[in-house]
Design a protein around this ligand. Structure first.
Ligand SMILES: Cc1cc2nc3c(=O)[nH]c(=O)nc-3n(C[C@H](O)[C@H](O)[C@H](O)COP(=O)(O)OP(=O)(O)OC[C@H]3O[C@@H](n4cnc5c(N)ncnc54)[C@H](O)[C@@H]3O)c2cc1C
Length: 361
């Protein structure tokens, strides 16, 4: 039986392992450096399209009941004028420690082997091809290696963004935040445009609050940006709330367009954030992680030569246009026109038209 090693048990790695194991034709070994469940700095928003993909994978019924149900979103401009988007779309917010643990459990149930608490140190190579990994416990050979290590690169990235252009997210979790219900709250803030700040409810009185931003040389720190946002938008609602755990920041590896060399090499496939498959404006990456994991498994199972190149093309077809749209919006968002667009939220007829349009989608 062929053996595939998957490095990293986030959504991308777990879905790759699950789909391979379900085939019963491949031995899938999932190696995770931490013990599960493990925390992951993430707002845990599972978008409507992510829930649809989870349904295709037969996992929606397992995941959705555990999350906090979301029925809409509010988008506010810098003057506090907001559009309320409510329709038939459903989403959930589920802390990643739980979401990832469910996916790992399902991968194991399907027949994958999970080796937790074992760090992969590097790749084994022969004649320019990946033929296994070196872990804390020793060498492990394989017919193919899938890298699903998220933002943490296993090897230096060939096209790493300059330090001052790197993309980050910062997040705090509060118990007792007033005024949360079944809506995601998104805030357009001048200091972080074209990105945004958010409040994602995780329960009746618990929410995670954060923002994503591009670091600029000499600009405010992540913590200063978050503190400014909290003071400007949430001061009243945070009275009586308490911080749960620590404020955490994390890099986000996003791409404008997935290039073949960032996705694959002989014997090697990169899925999820390891392949930089994250939206460049919103920082959404769970959908891309699941979709690329599914495509990696499908192409490895298809047989024939060069599954790596087929996988890269499949990712470009399936996720390229979506990522390019995020990239285009990110460029637009930096233009002087962006505040004008935000300003339109203050015009009542425009607001009503957007709300009505969304309700019909
Ligand atoms: C603040 C913030 C908020 C976000 N909010 C959202 C959101 O609401 N919705 C959304 O869709 N996306 C969101 N994202 C993006 C999302 O978190 C990531 O894109 C997603 O987790 C990528 O999944 P992955 O499986 O590729 O990698 P990860 O989830 O990062 O998993 C990688 C795994 O690999 C393991 N690993 C790493 N190196 C090794 C090694 N050498 N050996 C063994 N194991 C290793 C890690 O421990 C980890 O478990 C957010 C990101 C940030 C920073």
């Amino acid at each position: 039986m062929r053996r595939v090693i998957i490095v990293g048990a986030g959504p991308a790695g777990c879905i790759t392992a699950l789909c391979l194991a379900r085939s019963r034709r491949v031995e899938a070994i999932l190696v995770e450096r931490r013990a599960l469940p493990r925390p992951k700095t993430c707002a845990g928003g599972l978008s409507p399209w992510t829930l649809t993909l989870l349904a295709e994978l037969g996992l929606r019924e397992r995941v959705e009941p555990e999350g906090h149900p979301i029925r809409g979103a509010t988008l506010a401009n810098r003057r506090g004028e907001a559009v309320r988007l409510r329709g038939r779309h459903r989403a959930v917010v589920l802390p990643r420690s739980r979401f990832d643990a469910i996916l790992a459990e399902e991968a194991v149930r399907a027949g994958a082997t999970l080796r937790e608490g074992e760090r992969v140190r590097g790749l084994l190579r022969a004649r320019g091809r990946a033929v296994g990994v070196v872990t804390d416990a020793g060498e492990l050979e394989a017919d193919a290696v899938v890298i699903a290590t998220g933002a943490a690169p296993l090897e230096p990235r060939p096209h790493a963004a300059p330090r001052e252009e790197r993309f980050f997210g910062i997040l705090a979790r509060y118990e007792g935040l007033a005024g949360i219900d079944d809506e995601l709250e998104l805030y357009l803030e001048e200091e972080i445009r074209p990105h945004y700040a958010w409040v994602f409810p995780e329960g009746p009185s618990r929410a995670n609050v954060g923002l994503c931003y591009r670091r600029s040389a000499g600009g405010a720190s992540a913590r200063e940006l978050l503190d400014t946002f909290l003071a400007r938008r949430l001061a009243e609602r945070l009275r009586g709330a308490s911080l749960v755990g620590r404020v955490v920041a994390h890099p986000i590896q996003a791409t404008l367009w997935p290039r073949p060399e960032q996705l694959a090499a002989p014997g090697l496939l990169r899925v999820g954030e390891a392949g930089e498959l994250v939206d460049a404006i919103s920082g959404e990456g769970i959908y891309h992680a699941l979709a690329s994991g599914q495509l990696a498994a499908a192409n490895l199972l298809e047989g024939g030569s060069a599954p790596e190149a087929r996988y890269a093309r499949a990712v470009q077809r399936a996720l390229g246009p979506r990522l390019a749209l995020g990239a285009a919006l990110s460029v637009l968002g930096r233009s002087p026109l962006f505040p004008v667009v935000g300003g339109l939220l203050g015009v009542s007829p425009v607001r009503r038209a957007v709300e009505e349009l969304f309700a019909r989608l």
